[in-house]
Design a protein around this ligand. Structure first.
Ligand SMILES: Cc1ncc(COP(=O)(O)O)c(C=O)c1O
Length: 442
């Protein structure tokens, strides 16, 4: 399919949604009457040009009903639903509550399967490679815990920037699989080459490594790893990678093939904007036998990826809303979204770099950042230091950020804009940082 075909198919689907037509992707239960009505029309031009089209983004912003009480720059936690998605979620919640187990017993199975097919298509995989989960945590725990190619005496590796609970899951492999667990640090400030060198040295220093965990977009600093190069480097040594893509799909414009790993855990409730409680795992078709089946499943065939996940009862409405979230994401466009988020990040970072004592931890190097960037005040590395900064920003300037721990060189503060952010929001942040750094009297 050419990009034009994709766009026109998308438009047809969106028109279908707006008209309440039955969707081929998920059947009549998925038809979202009027769900996308009012979605602004994407302007023509490159992603870069679209990124600064004020009228367009003002219209996009109106899709988000968020509190005016605070400038929320803590959008790394999860992604608030745009109104068409929220309305669809409410509609599906009402439907499920009304139709009850009659719906769940008669129709949910087919609808669930249609959602899996939709997700696979959107992320560039086949349905045989995707299984839905309740989030990236569940996906990654199943991949890390289920990876069955380790022998006692092998080593597994991860870095300081990886997510805490994924580090813990890797640590658990010591007792479960009898392996050595090695942690190394990502250099700061990071450059593409320095990051690649750090992975190369860690692999060189640990020749028994068989499994490497890599976080595609760090939740601590927003650093976007050169993930495909790292995966290739590992593969060349016969090492498998598990990629934590909890933050990447939707924040940056990628598909499964760009990551190149055989095992990836994704979220749908962060940058795709689906309701809370949904993610998925990807296992490349010919690698399924490297992941154990879920101990809670004896129903699916060994060769079926769905045997690798057993969630129990899920929130049906959450699952049913995923196609609408994907449709909105695709209509705005992954490239335009990425460009807009980077534009926001550049807008505050370029000004904040002028402030004495303020260290930006996320490099400006193209490809190494998305929406998220963290900063630290020189020498302020403790929990208390950074909590105090977050409190000042929140209580005195009405700007919400979050403290992040776990970076080898010390704690920091993370700033994450969203599509509903405005230039004025970022002006407020920059003003606040000027005061906090002492560059301007308070
Ligand atoms: C890098 C990373 N990995 C994994 C997760 C876990 O995602 P969830 O809690 O949505 O399952 C998060 C959540 O913030 C994350 O930032």
């Amino acid at each position: 399919m050419t990009p034009t075909d994709t766009t026109s198919t998308r438009r047809t689907i969106l028109r279908g949604l707006a008209a309440g037509a039955a969707l081929p992707v998920a059947g009549a239960a998925m038809a979202a009457e009027g769900a996308l009505a009012g979605l602004p029309k994407s302007p023509a031009g490159s992603a870069q040009e679209i990124a600064t089209d004020q009228a367009y983004w003002a219209a996009v912003r109106r899709l988000y009903a968020v509190t005016p009480d605070i400038v929320n720059l803590e959008n790394g936690y999860w992604g608030v639903m745009p109104e068409p998605v929220r309305r669809e979620f409410m509609r599906q919640t009402e439907m499920v509550n009304r139709e009850n187990s009659y719906y769940a017993r008669q129709r949910f199975g087919a609808d669930f399967e249609a959602v899996r097919v939709k997700v696979a298509e959107a992320v560039g995989a086949t349905p045989q490679e995707i299984a839905l989960t309740r989030g990236a945590t569940e996906a990654l725990q199943l991949l890390i815990g289920g990876y069955n190619r380790l022998k006692p005496g092998d080593a597994v590796l991860y870095a300081d920037l990886d997510y805490d609970s994924m580090q813990y899951a890797m640590n658990a492999l010591k007792t479960r699989r009898g392996v050595d667990v090695v942690k190394f640090n990502i250099p700061e400030p990071a450059t593409r080459q320095a990051v690649l060198d750090a992975y190369a040295s860690a692999l060189e220093a640990n020749p028994r490594t068989r499994l490497l965990l890599v976080t595609h977009v760090s939740h601590r600093t927003g650093l976007v790893m050169p993930v495909a190069e790292i995966v290739r480097m590992a593969k060349a040594r016969g090492i498998d990678t598990i990629i934590d893509a909890a933050h990447s799909w939707g924040q940056i414009d990628i598909k499964v093939g760009d990551i190149e790993s055989d095992f990836i855990g994704f979220n749908l409730h962060k940058w795709i904007g689906a309701p809370l409680g949904i993610g998925f795992l990807y296992v490349r078709k010919d690698r399924l036998d490297s992941i154990d089946r879920d101990m809670g499943d004896e129903d699916f065939a060994e060769s079926d990826i769905r045997s690798r996940v057993h969630t129990g009862t899920m929130n049906f409405a959450t699952v049913l809303t995923v196609p609408t979230a994907i449709a909105v994401h695709q209509e705005i466009g992954a490239a335009a979204k990425q460009a807009r988020l980077r534009h926001f990040r550049d807008s505050w970072v370029s000004r904040a770099r002028e402030f004495k004592r303020l260290e930006i931890l996320t490099p400006d190097e193209p490809g190494l950042y998305g929406a998220i960037t963290s900063f630290r005040l020189a020498g302020k590395t403790s929990k208390a230091d950074n909590e105090a900064i977050v409190a000042k920003l929140r209580d005195e300037h009405k700007v919400l950020t979050v403290r992040r721990a776990g970076v080898a060189n010390g704690q920091c503060v993370r700033v994450t804009p969203a599509l509903y952010t405005t230039e004025a929001d970022l002006d407020r942040l920059v003003e606040a940082l000027a005061v906090v750094t002492g560059s301007k009297p308070g």
